[in-house]
Design a protein around this ligand. Structure first.
Ligand SMILES: O=C(O)CCCC[C@@H]1SC[C@@H]2NC(=O)N[C@@H]21
Length: 242
């Protein structure tokens, strides 16, 4: 395992990228930091967690022939791997909130930030950032956030949690080329929060009701609207209300 463990860094995604510019790092290299001073979240948000209590790492995944339009395979593989790993710790009511948040019950315990590097229409590699809340007790002002500790009442050993996540990710990545998008999607939908159910969504200023019927190749959420039409929505267009 090529593991670079740091006490503090701005962002593990940024650090892995910097090191990659200086060195030829092997596939599955990990940068893990106990503290991030400028952690990055999705959609330009910041990712802040208590120092030393949570898991913040980035893993490098190289691809031989992954088309850019198949980028959502990465989100599905990683989400599926995280669900598997967290199941081994008996974390209750695990699900994936589209596109790739991991929930326990209705609390977000983990976020994923894949940053893909392309040449032409091929993804050469992805720097996949994972932020898992482990031993943080409270999330002031964030009622929808949670941690392994806040959901189970147990304090976890970070090294043990990391090894479970790493084992699950590397197992799924080892099968990546031989797994069809259909298979990945089946596993993903099995754990997708609200799949098959009717929910409320915010699209611009409008609140709409729709039934989640799946995700398409590019990861757009498929909703069956009240008039029976099926429509697809991208990550920037739609927000889940739950
Ligand atoms: O907003 C999200 O849900 C994604 C959060 C991703 C956070 C992780 S923590 C490790 C890695 N480094 C970063 O700067 N961000 C990701």
């Amino acid at each position: 395992m090529n593991l670079i463990k740091l006490s503090a860094i701005d962002s593990t995604n940024a650090e892995l990228r910097r090191r990659l510019q200086q060195d030829t790092l092997p596939d599955l290299t990990v940068v893990w930091a106990l503290e991030q001073t400028q952690g990055k979240g999705q959609r330009g948000a910041t990712w802040t967690t208590d120092k030393g209590k949570n898991m913040t790492f980035s893993i490098l995944k190289r691809f031989k022939a992954l088309e850019a339009t198949d980028h959502f395979r990465i989100n599905m593989s990683v989400s599926n791997a995280l669900i598997k790993a967290l199941s081994t710790l008996n974390i209750p009511a695990l699900s994936i909130k589209w596109p790739n948040d991991i929930l326990s019950g209705r609390h977000k315990i983990c976020g994923i930030l894949p940053e893909n590097s392309l040449t032409g229409n091929r993804i050469l590699y992805s720097i996949i950032g994972i932020g898992l809340n482990v031993n943080q007790e409270e999330f002031p002002g964030l009622p929808q956030a949670g941690s392994l500790l806040s959901t189970t009442g147990t304090v976890y050993d970070l090294d043990d949690v990391f090894l479970r996540l790493y084992a699950s990710l590397t197992t799924i990545f080892a099968q990546e080329e031989n797994t069809s998008t259909r298979e990945l999607r089946q596993a993903y939908l099995k754990n997708l929060f609200g799949y098959g159910q009717t929910g409320s969504f915010q699209i611009g200023d409008e609140i709409l009701t729709g039934q989640i019927t799946g995700v398409d190749r590019e990861g757009r959420l498929l909703l069956k609207m009240e008039d029976g039409r099926e429509e697809s929505f991208g990550m920037k267009e739609i927000k889940f209300r739950y």
